[in-house]
Design a protein around this ligand. Structure first.
Ligand code: HEC
Ligand code: HEC
Ligand code: HEC
Ligand code: HEC
Ligand code: HEC
Length: 261
């Protein structure tokens, strides 16, 4: 019963947040919720500012200072937060990717890098005869997007004998020992800052390792495109035969002279 009441209060407060936002922009909650900007094609060209008119809370919310059981957030350290790049207080998911100093330094993620439109109502397309199976389900984001920066370190293709934590020292704890000349045509995508990444990577391997194994949520690696680079051998290794040779057109941008090459 108590739980039910809590749920009801929650539901009402969520509804109210929506109503307040809708009232501000002069539309009803349902109009705001079903605003065409949530769907293709409008979402493809939506700017962050357009989304933030209604969703400013995703960048403003802070994590709790203590958990309900009393654990102090500031004293907690997750295994992936031990990389050199993690600084400052504990942050929410959105702030960690869009608002922290490090996020600004090396990334340029937009709302629609991840959000590609979703069914605002259904958790599953099969719940009714009119379910729209072509829409991504509620809040879901294509996990391949996450995998690009949260996959395993693919050491078998690199001639590195095993995990970076065990073998990094042999290579001077720097990815650039090899990557100064290998796969140098990299990061030319609209959600990364390639020149800043190279600069930061010189002083800490955790910059490179972070996105390439140091905070792997997955047990697999991302099959990166193999953009041709100066000095690359003509022969394609067996493992790379099926790899694309250019970045996903949704993200690709022309290389800048200031980049790795
Ligand atoms: C006119 C106001 C408005 C705009 C502009 C808007 N949204 Fe929304 N959005 C809403 C409302 C209202 C909801 C429903 C919230 C709820 O039910 O809790 C919603 C729901 C969502 C949800 C699903 C939340 C959930 O709980 O399932 C996501 C994700 C989302 N919006 C992302 C975006 C993105 C990305 C943009 C920009 C491309 C955007 N929205 C633009 C008003 C807006
Ligand atoms: C790195 C990918 C990524 C980016 C960039 C991103 N989101 Fe999200 N967003 C997600 C994921 C994943 C969820 C689902 C979280 C969950 O289910 O708990 C989510 C959830 C949401 C929700 C539902 C409410 C909530 O907080 O869970 C809204 C609204 C939303 N995002 C809006 C935005 C807006 C607006 C932007 C741009 C300012 C944005 N997102 C940028 C991945 C992203
Ligand atoms: C462009 C690269 C990139 C993409 C795409 C990306 N992340 Fe991240 N993510 C990062 C970086 C970088 C950090 C750590 C930032 C730091 O060290 O301060 C991070 C941190 C995190 C954290 C830890 C947050 C914290 O404060 O402890 C979670 C959880 C996370 N990402 C989940 C996701 C999910 C889920 C997706 C897909 C919806 C996603 N990420 C997409 C780069 C990315
Ligand atoms: C011993 C040399 C060496 C070191 C050290 C090294 N790499 Fe590599 N790396 C390679 C080679 C060789 C390839 C594959 C080249 C090719 O495509 O033919 C590669 C490929 C990659 C790829 C693409 C993988 C794929 O599946 O397409 C990434 C990402 C990468 N390295 C990141 C890193 C990071 C991050 C570090 C440091 C933590 C690192 N490398 C350290 C030699 C190295
Ligand atoms: C913020 C996350 C992030 C950081 C930091 C980062 N990478 Fe990447 N890296 C990516 C993503 C995402 C891609 C795939 C881009 C694409 O689709 O073209 C990638 C691609 C690559 C590739 C494959 C390039 C190709 O197109 O053949 C190599 C090699 C690589 N990174 C090495 C590095 C090295 C070395 C560093 C440090 C100097 C580094 N990365 C830092 C996210 C990151």
């Amino acid at each position: 019963m108590i739980q039910l009441r809590v749920l009801a209060t929650l539901a009402i407060s969520v509804l109210l947040t929506g109503l307040v936002c809708a009232a501000q922009s002069g539309v009803t909650y349902d109009q705001a919720r079903w605003d065409p900007i949530h769907f293709k094609p409008a979402i493809d060209t939506a700017s962050d500012e357009q989304c933030l008119v209604c969703h400013r809370e995703v960048l403003e919310r802070k994590v709790r200072e203590t958990s309900p059981a009393g654990v102090v957030a500031q004293d907690a350290l997750a295994w992936y937060q031990t990389l050199d790049t993690y600084i400052g207080e504990q942050e929410t998911f959105h702030r960690r990717h869009l608002a922290t100093d490090y996020a600004h330094q090396v990334m340029d993620l937009k709302c629609n890098t991840c959000h590609q439109g979703n069914d605002l109502r259904e958790e599953t397309a099969n719940s009714s005869a009119t379910g729209q199976s072509d829409l991504v389900q509620r809040k879901q984001v294509d996990p391949n997007i996450c995998l690009m920066c949260h996959g395993k370190f693919n050491y078998p293709v690199m001639g590195v004998p095993g995990s970076w934590l065990e073998h990094g020292a042999v290579f001077g704890n720097s990815c650039l020992t090899c990557h100064v000349a290998i796969r140098t045509n990299r990061h030319n995508v609209n959600f990364l800052k390639p020149a800043a990444i190279e600069e930061a990577g010189k002083s800490s391997a955790d910059v490179c390792y972070g996105c390439h194994g140091g905070r792997a949520w997955y047990r697999i690696n991302y099959p990166y495109p193999r953009n041709p680079w100066p000095g690359a051998a003509a022969a394609v290794p067996d493992w790379a035969i099926d790899r694309p040779t250019s970045s996903n057109p949704r993200f690709a941008v022309a290389p800048n002279p200031g980049n790795a090459q």
